[in-house]
Design a protein around this ligand. Structure first.
Ligand code: MN
Length: 218
């Protein structure tokens, strides 16, 4: 996810700014992508530069502080990239129900797509401050898991493969929804890119992987 020059760069959205409307407005998407996401990219690159400089100068930085700032900004960059990619305009196939292996995996784990949707929405609604609702794949149990991410700290779940994320920071919905977060989290289902979520699972499983039966042992 670097630009090949050892730095991070802001990816273009895979759709037009106005195309997720009416669920996410053009204005909100512009502020979110060009403002917030760009800032995480810039800050991550500035931190890398600062580390390079300190190493060249032989000066020691507060490593706890630098590592936390780097994780926050790089985590923010990665999560936003996943978020843009796992959305799609409703007019061109966004929303609806998943197919493929992801549909099988969700049915086996949750009993039905509706039950998964309900649990994920509740998980998102219950994020207390800034954070994310995520669907991840545990490669030990070969089962999907629902996980909350605090701020951008993706690194608390090393080894898990992220299949789908929903940004529930206030900046992700406040311009359009004000304090009505639950309207945003229920509208999100109209713009999920299930093909992308399925592709991510395919990538994890490869050609020969199988989805474990729910209740199966690790
Ligand atoms: Mn965000």
């Amino acid at each position: 996810m670097t630009d090949g020059k050892g730095t991070y760069s802001l990816p273009a959205l895979p759709y037009g700014y106005g195309e997720l409307a009416p669920y996410i407005s053009e204005q909100l998407l512009k502020v979110h992508h060009d403002g917030h996401h760009q800032k995480y990219v810039n800050q991550a690159n500035a931190l890398l530069e600062k580390l390079d400089k300190a190493r060249a100068d032989g000066t020691m930085l507060n490593m706890k502080c630098e590592a936390q700032a780097l994780a926050f900004n790089v985590g923010g960059h990665f999560l936003h990239k996943l978020y843009w990619e796992n959305m799609r305009p409703a007019s061109s196939g966004g929303g609806g129900k998943p197919g493929g292996r992801i549909a099988d995996a969700l049915n086996k784990e949750f009993g039905s797509f509706e039950r998964f949707q309900k649990e994920f929405t509740e998980l998102a609604n219950s994020v207390e401050s800034s954070g994310w609702a995520t669907l991840v794949w545990c490669t030990q149990t070969m089962r999907p898991l629902l996980v909350q991410v605090k701020d951008h700290d993706l690194y608390v779940i090393p080894g898990f493969k992220v299949l789908m994320v929903m940004d529930v920071w206030e900046h992700a919905y406040y311009l359009d929804y004000k304090n009505e977060k639950t309207k945003y989290t229920s509208n999100f289902w109209n713009i999920v890119n299930w093909d992308m979520v399925d592709k991510r699972l395919e990538k994890v499983l490869g050609g020969k992987g199988t989805v474990a039966q729910a209740g199966g042992s690790p």
